[in-house]
Design a protein around this ligand. Structure first.
Ligand code: NAD
Ligand code: UDP
Length: 312
């Protein structure tokens, strides 16, 4: 396979760093661009010695000039805690980041993949969620900067495709977890594991009966790469996630059991617009990409716990 010059925005983040690693393993020339808002140099330190890896500390709000064959646009804080920290910047990152990377793809004739999200479905009334479902999203709530920013980014991707013939790929990622999440990331899997390892209270928001479907990062990376190399003309959007669904209480029980923790459960208020249930319909990914996740929740959690044991 010809060595591709690949740009990964958000490449020092949780998913981005695994993606850079995999792309290098496949023999590509990788440029990681990140402003290190939620990303960390530690996530990519082991890649720095590789002559085919470059790190550029840059915000996607700046013009992006990197000659490349492929672009993965992942730059955007993904945890509610971080994307709500500066919501205006979050909206700008999704929208202006999409414009900058799409402009680059147009000029370089590069194929470009957008990391969209299950949040485009909002608090869904249809279960599980197929790609054809248009969502139930609050346009002016505390999650809107992220949800609507990602929806607008999808719009821009499809408009660049229709208007300029840009070769786009859009994936909708459902809750993904694994090593290299931050201890203070704020998302549920890292929160519960860190709390369990420290024997602190496990913080359940609401009654804990809301559901999510958790995908281990290695499975997701396989799906992302499969989408980038999918047939010409298949743009997506395509759901990537693990359809096994759990309540937050079930997740907490599982983590307490696996860590042997003495933690108790503490109930806190459910944040505004927190989706009640979420589970991907992955039939399209199976059909078009021949992809489905293989890592069971317990196996993925054990690997994630091993990582957190090192850093907590
Ligand atoms: P993350 O926060 O670890 O990674 C995001 C990366 O983008 C970080 O390295 C951050 O520093 C960087 N970044 C943020 N704003 C930037 C900007 N303006 N300019 C340059 N870099 C910037 O989160 P993640 O979980 O790795 O998510 C990666 C992508 O996948 C995001 O686009 C996210 O929306 C999407 N996604 C993730 C999940 C999930 O469950 N992990 C689910 C759906 C979608
Ligand atoms: N959650 C929780 N305790 C925490 C963090 C999150 O109960 O310490 C809940 C949160 O309210 C949501 C679910 O876990 O219902 C998943 O939250 P996360 O922030 O991981 O992802 P998202 O809501 O974006 O799917």
């Amino acid at each position: 396979m010809k060595r591709q010059r690949v740009l990964v925005t958000g490449g020092a983040g949780f998913i981005g760093s695994h993606l850079c690693e995999k792309l290098l393993d496949m023999g590509n020339d990788v440029v990681c661009m990140d402003n290190l808002f939620t990303g960390q140099k530690d996530n990519i330190r082991h890649l720095m010695e590789n002559p085919y890896f470059e790190f550029i500390r840059q915000d996607v709000l700046e013009d992006v000039y990197v000659e490349c064959d492929q672009i993965y646009n992942l730059a955007c804080p993904a945890s509610p805690v971080y994307y709500q920290y500066d919501p205006i910047k979050t909206g700008k990152t999704s929208v202006i980041g999409a414009l900058h990377t799409l402009g680059l793809a147009k000029r370089c004739h590069a194929r470009i993949l957008q990391a969209s999200t299950s949040e485009v479905y909002g608090d869904p009334e249809i279960h599980p969620q197929p790609e054809t479902y248009r969502g139930c999203v609050n346009p002016n709530g505390i999650r809107s900067c992220y949800d609507e920013g990602k929806r607008m980014a999808e719009t821009l991707f499809f408009d660049y495709h229709r208007q300029h013939g840009v070769d786009i790929k859009v994936i909708r990622i459902f809750n993904t977890y694994g090593p290299r999440m931050r201890c203070d990331d704020g998302r549920v899997v890292s929160n519960f594991i860190v709390q369990a390892l420290k024997n602190e209270d496990i913080t359940i928001y609401g009654d804990g009966k809301q559901t999510r479907s958790f995908c281990y990062v290695d499975d997701l990376i396989e799906g992302i790469i499969a989408m980038m190399s999918s047939r010409e003309g298949f743009t997506g959007p395509v759901n990537l996630g693990n359809p096994e669904e759990f309540t937050m209480l079930e997740l907490a029980d599982c983590i307490i059991r696996l860590t042997g923790s003495k933690s108790n459960i503490r109930y806190l208020p459910l944040p505004q617009d927190d989706p009640i249930q979420r589970k991907p319909d992955i039939r399209l990914a199976q059909k078009e990409l021949g992809w489905k996740p293989t890592v069971k929740l317990e196996a993925g959690l054990k690997k994630t716990m091993d990582y957190f044991k090192e850093i907590v």
